[in-house]
Write a protein that binds this ligand. Structure first.
Ligand SMILES: NC(=O)c1ccc[n+]([C@@H]2O[C@H](COP(=O)([O-])OP(=O)(O)OC[C@H]3O[C@@H](n4cnc5c(N)ncnc54)[C@H](OP(=O)(O)O)[C@@H]3O)[C@@H](O)[C@H]2O)c1
Length: 348
């Protein structure tokens, strides 16, 4: 640790969609930073970035980059985390990793502070940040699970292009312009960079996020299924997901169906619980058309919930609409929030 309870922090992937938000969030939250190191690939090394009025120069990430670093926030893809996170740990840094590289590893806590903050304490150098779609869903469901028990979750997502990084946002911009100009749409990236076919995202909906598994589910869907069970410490929870990419820039929206164990829960009870839950904002009033949308949730750290209804046929079934900024609560804010809890509790 550096002097007077301040910390040397590194951001790996500092020029990316998530990395840029990490920088903003550290500044917004006045995180006690002593020295900030910004790391990327050699492509962006030398880029100048402003932090608290100071100009910082982005450096290429190497194993030696982590000397003297206390906390390293990783957001540069799974292969970079696999290669460099162990190096950071060797140099004594605590890694908070945004990629899927370590999420399901047994000795790595997978943390959403509103749900399982206590798991942080058992870290062995790496703490994983869950998938963006998982984070907002479990944050919204945990108060209900705690009060009434949860037996089943079925979620359909409506996910923003920024979830696939800066390049995907650029592709949406270019295709939208081409569509309006009556030109042919060029698709080079979505639904998945590494897959064989690419489809336009502008004015479209793509029911594929990440590659397909043999089961017919995509990796994104399996992340939601497996991560939810791990974070909630409920391996027998029934979870199914359908993940869809839509042509807007920021915030993921989710239609979530749940079944609770308690027979007596009412819509009013669920609303009351969520209205008082940390990190959750209830926006639910059909009489005034009040509900969250991707635009209304963008640039905010909270998870917004609306459209809470009882299932017409299932006594214990409820439907919810959950929206949050995928780059903030879904990524940068959840990571910085973990770092804040680490520092506050002396868990470094
Ligand atoms: N976007 C989201 O909503 C979201 C949410 C949760 C988790 N994540 C995860 O966070 C990671 C980054 O996502 P993103 O959306 O920010 O992607 P992005 O916009 O494409 O940014 C990628 C970042 O990684 C850096 N990078 C790439 N290859 C590198 C290498 N070999 N060594 C060091 N740095 C390298 C890039 O640097 P250059 O500028 O040099 O290319 C850039 O800073 C991914 O693993 C993603 O799954 C994203």
């Amino acid at each position: 640790m550096s002097s007077s309870n301040t910390y040397n922090v590194a951001i790996v992937g500092a020029t990316g969609a998530v990395g840029q938000k990490m920088l903003e969030t550290l500044e917004d939250r006045s995180f006690p930073v002593n020295h900030l190191k910004l790391l990327s690939s050699s492509r962006s090394a030398g880029t100048k970035v402003k932090y608290k009025g100071e100009t910082l120069v982005v450096e290429e990430a190497t194993p030696e980059s982590f000397k003297g670093v206390d906390i390293a926030l990783f957001s540069a893809g799974g292969s970079v985390s696999k290669k460099l996170a162990p190096e950071a740990v060797k140099h004594g840094a605590l890694v908070i990793d945004n990629t899927s590289a370590y999420r399901m590893a047994e000795d790595v806590p997978l943390v959403v502070p509103e749900v399982n903050e206590a798991d942080i304490e058992h870290h062995k150098g790496i703490i994983a940040n869950p998938n963006c779609s998982t984070i907002q869903m479990v944050a919204a469901l945990e108060p209900v699970r705690k009060a009434y028990g949860l037996s089943r979750v079925i979620v359909s997502t409506y996910q923003a292009v920024s979830g696939a990084g800066n390049e995907a946002a650029e592709e949406l911009r270019a295709q939208s312009q081409a569509f309006l100009d009556g030109e042919e749409l060029e698709a080079n990236l979505l639904p998945v960079k590494g897959d064989e076919k690419h489809y336009p995202i502008a004015f479209n909906a793509l029911p594929q996020i990440d590659m397909f598994e043999e089961s017919g589910y995509t990796f994104e869907e399996m992340k939601m299924i497996n991560e939810t069970k791990k974070i909630m410490h409920q391996p027998d929870l029934s979870v199914a997901a359908t993940c869809v990419r839509l042509p807007f820039f920021t915030s993921h929206a989710e239609s979530v169906y749940i079944e609770v164990e308690n027979q007596n829960a009412s819509v009013e009870d669920v609303k009351q619980l969520l209205a008082n839950a940390p990190g959750i904002v209830l926006e639910d009033d059909p009489s005034t058309q009040t509900y969250p949308t991707p635009l209304s949730a963008a640039e905010k750290r909270d998870v917004f919930v609306g459209r809470i209804r009882k299932d017409p046929d299932h006594e214990n079934g409820f439907h919810l609409w959950v929206v949050s900024d995928n780059l903030l609560k879904g990524a940068a804010w959840n990571s910085v929030q973990i770092a804040e809890r680490v520092v506050a509790n002396g868990w470094l």
